[in-house]
Design a protein around this ligand. Sequence first.
Ligand SMILES: *[C@@H]1O[C@H](CO)[C@@H](O)[C@H](O)[C@H]1NC(C)=O
Ligand SMILES: *[C@@H]1O[C@H](CO)[C@@H](O)[C@H](O)[C@H]1NC(C)=O
Ligand SMILES: *[C@@H]1O[C@H](CO)[C@@H](O)[C@H](O)[C@H]1NC(C)=O
Ligand SMILES: *[C@@H]1O[C@H](CO)[C@@H](O)[C@H](O)[C@H]1NC(C)=O
Ligand SMILES: *[C@@H]1O[C@H](CO)[C@@H](O)[C@H](O)[C@H]1NC(C)=O
Ligand SMILES: *[C@@H]1O[C@H](CO)[C@@H](O)[C@H](O)[C@H]1NC(C)=O
Ligand SMILES: *[C@@H]1O[C@H](CO)[C@@H](O)[C@H](O)[C@H]1NC(C)=O
Ligand SMILES: *[C@@H]1O[C@H](CO)[C@@H](O)[C@H](O)[C@H]1NC(C)=O
Ligand SMILES: *[C@@H]1O[C@H](CO)[C@@H](O)[C@H](O)[C@H]1NC(C)=O
Ligand SMILES: *[C@@H]1O[C@H](CO)[C@@H](O)[C@H](O)[C@H]1NC(C)=O
Length: 485
Amino acid sequence: MDEEKQQGIGVSAVRAMRLSSRSPALVLTAALAALLCFQITTRTVYPIWADRARESFESDFPPDAGSCSGFYGRITARKTVMSITDFGGVGDGETSNTEVFRKAVRHMKQFEYDGGSQLNVPEGKWLTGSFNLTSNFTLFLEQGAVILGSQDPKEWPIIEPLPSYGRGRERLGGRHISLIHGDGLSDVVITGENGTVDGQGKMWWDLWWNRTLEHTRGHLVELMNSRNILISNLTFRNSPFWTVHPIYCSNVVIRNMTILAPLNAPNTDGIDADSSTNVCIEDCYIESGDDLVAVKSGWDQYGIKMARPSSNIIVRRVSGTTPTCSGIGIGSEMSGGISNVTIEDLHIWNSAAGVRMKTDVGRGGYITNITIRNVIMERVKVPIKFSKGSNDHPDEGWDRTAIPIVKGVRIIDVVSLNSTKAPQLLGIENAPFSEICLRNVTLLGLKQSSSSAGSWHCEFVSGFAQDVFPLPCSELLQKDASWCS
Ligand SMILES: *[C@@H]1O[C@H](CO)[C@@H](O)[C@H](O)[C@H]1NC(C)=O
Ligand SMILES: *[C@@H]1O[C@H](CO)[C@@H](O)[C@H](O)[C@H]1NC(C)=O
Ligand SMILES: *[C@@H]1O[C@H](CO)[C@@H](O)[C@H](O)[C@H]1NC(C)=O
Ligand SMILES: *[C@@H]1O[C@H](CO)[C@@H](O)[C@H](O)[C@H]1NC(C)=O
Ligand SMILES: *[C@@H]1O[C@H](CO)[C@@H](O)[C@H](O)[C@H]1NC(C)=O
Ligand SMILES: *[C@@H]1O[C@H](CO)[C@@H](O)[C@H](O)[C@H]1NC(C)=O
Ligand SMILES: *[C@@H]1O[C@H](CO)[C@@H](O)[C@H](O)[C@H]1NC(C)=O
Ligand SMILES: *[C@@H]1O[C@H](CO)[C@@H](O)[C@H](O)[C@H]1NC(C)=O
Ligand SMILES: *[C@@H]1O[C@H](CO)[C@@H](O)[C@H](O)[C@H]1NC(C)=O
Ligand SMILES: *[C@@H]1O[C@H](CO)[C@@H](O)[C@H](O)[C@H]1NC(C)=O
């Protein structure tokens, strides 16, 4: 679809203009962004879990230097289109529509193999508890439509913990289901005309803060064991916990989304790609109380056992702020392995960290072939940070010998204005992070005393640096660096 192709380029231009209005230096970035783009193939390789026949994969988004949306297949018009009002929905913000949404999806499931279906949500405030989606299905939020998350925890029932975590992330045992949930689906679209899904998470943050939370909080949207997912053109806000969580999924596109949470709301990550492959996240604006985008793959012995990596992840044209966390987080849960990640064209401001990689002894797994390039940061405290965990393990069963391997991380074309702390690159004793490659990295604003090489804090890392200011630690001054080009 040529239109979409043009749009992809259009988006860059629009973002570029928005960026340039913030700072003249960013005009350059925009031009660079256009040049830096690289080709990806849309002939995607399906993961092993997809035991159904592997059909040839066609996409509405052709291979295009401006977009990775080719990870989602063809947008097909759904044969059956209905409105939530057809099922008795009331959009007054007070009447519970939990049963209405559940009934609607039960009804629409019958069209899975018969042309698919679309559920429209018109203007109004649609209060609901958790509901599931179905396959070959579009949830469409019209302009002015707001789905509001129920304030009754019982309307977010407890489900099994994720096998790669072995327990709820915050509490032992099961966890609250997400507001919008899907398991084992294919071809799911959540889109609309800038409609909103508002988790009304405050109640959950209060439970967390006052230590009365019994089970791990739910996500706003979680899709498990699913493939061919498109989430676009909407606003998600006030998630109780991580906002969008694709796990054990493939071919996921999340684009043109606005994701908002109060800057102090605990663990309200924007998007967490977890044990998933072929994930495209682009053109998103995110502000929240935790990482804007994180890549994960399971927790310690549970993640190691499940061995479901995250790979072929592309993140680009993401902008936003998170005062206590990082723009991009790799880990800390990474026990199934993380590889082939490209992150580019980011604009991060007023944040605690820009790019952060976290892991620990006990995690096992690996982080390899990560490229992060063309990042502009403004008032980000620590622009680049690799850290060991804080003894954060699921239970006593973690394996003291499970050392993660971190090898091949390229950080290229970074400008950080008004940073306050030099990078902290802390690897693991006996398992140093290797092939760390920094090129064209300019970090301005570090205190005068910090402008010497000594200000970088490096331990158990090795690699190569070129055109990096201020001069990095000696650990990054390897001579042979053919792998860093
Ligand atoms: C979805 O629809 C396609 C045809 O468009 C069909 O081949 C496929 O089996 C359907 N998938 C499911 C899970 O219903
Ligand atoms: C939604 O799916 C989950 C598991 O995928 C299941 O436990 C739950 O009962 C389903 N909820 C409804 C309302 O069907
Ligand atoms: C992004 O989404 C908004 C609505 O949220 C829409 O108006 C706009 O056209 C979309 N842009 C693209 C490029 O899809
Ligand atoms: C979508 O709505 C949100 C508020 O709900 C607003 O902040 C954002 O600018 C809107 N996006 C577009 C593209 O209209
Ligand atoms: C904790 O927060 C919840 C949700 O706001 C509230 O219902 C509960 O009374 C609070 N408990 C305590 C001990 O403050
Ligand atoms: C997003 O909205 C734009 C403008 O309405 C539309 O052209 C585009 O197809 C939508 N994109 C997706 C992926 O839904
Ligand atoms: C590294 O990952 C990128 C995609 O992010 C891929 O294009 C490239 O081929 C990978 N390199 C290796 C050596 O696997
Ligand atoms: C990484 O990318 C390379 C090159 O495209 C590919 O050969 C390899 O299989 C990918 N690795 C994973 C784990 O997807
Ligand atoms: C260095 O990176 C910055 C920021 O991405 C970019 O504006 C600049 O053009 C790059 N310089 C070179 C020589 O590539
Ligand atoms: C950086 O700080 C200086 C002085 O403290 C200020 O003039 C400048 O506007 C700041 N720049 C940014 C991008 O925050």
